[in-house]
Design a protein around this ligand. Sequence first.
Ligand code: GLP
Length: 260
Amino acid sequence: MEIVIKDTYEEMSREAAHEVASLLNMKPNAVLGMATGSTPLAVYRELVRMHREESLDFSQVTTFNLDEYVGLPPNHPQSYHYFMHENFFKHVNIARQNIYIPSGNTRNYRAFCEWYEDRIREAGGIDLQILGIGSDGHIAFNEPTSSLSSRTRLKTLARQTIEDNSRFFANADEVPVYAITMGVGTILDARHLVMVANGLHKAKAIAAAVEGPVTHMITASALQLHPSARVYLDNEAASQLQMREYYDWIAHKRPSAPAY
Ligand code: GLP
């Protein structure tokens, strides 16, 4: 796992966006895994800017989103469908038929989840998966005790997550209790993982995920098992890391590292 620490949220987001852009420059038909939440917003803003000002092309890109609330129609302002269209898809030249987001409104959730996994496989797998982290250390909606080999499925949200996400709803009672989410195993199958986290409220979860033991109590700790994962942090989110000095030392020594 590589830890990249920047002074500000904007700076860390720009770096993460540039990583996505360099993949698209090398592989214009890349498959991207998308995340929702407030953290990746600046990554999306930077990608949109690059699309407008530097002709970053999304015409051959396919995307798969991590998760969606059960019971919210796609046009509900708090649905992840709505979030993605408003904050990203409608601003770039992605082909609508190449956008996949788990359905929160289907009659057969189990069949849908299998279909979703099949689509990911058929697309050739995810090249780069963007991830945020919940304050309880979850990725996507893989709440504590989720199997580290889980696949796309229906999950019951933890009370902590409902409380965290209630800031977007009128009150906690309006937050859906269930979600469809890619599993930890689905996420680990992506060829490269890019996690973004900022702010003091994420510091504890980040320290547990990056430096604690691999455990299904902190599903983000599964990133330790991945051969190609990069975690972008601002100073606040990095503030509880014990090995901070080492991460800074690596960054300082990078320019003189041998070609590899
Ligand atoms: C939700 C999403 C996660 C996201 C998390 C944190 O639980 N399912 O994918 O990482 O929220 O969101 P935020 O970035 O707003 O803190």
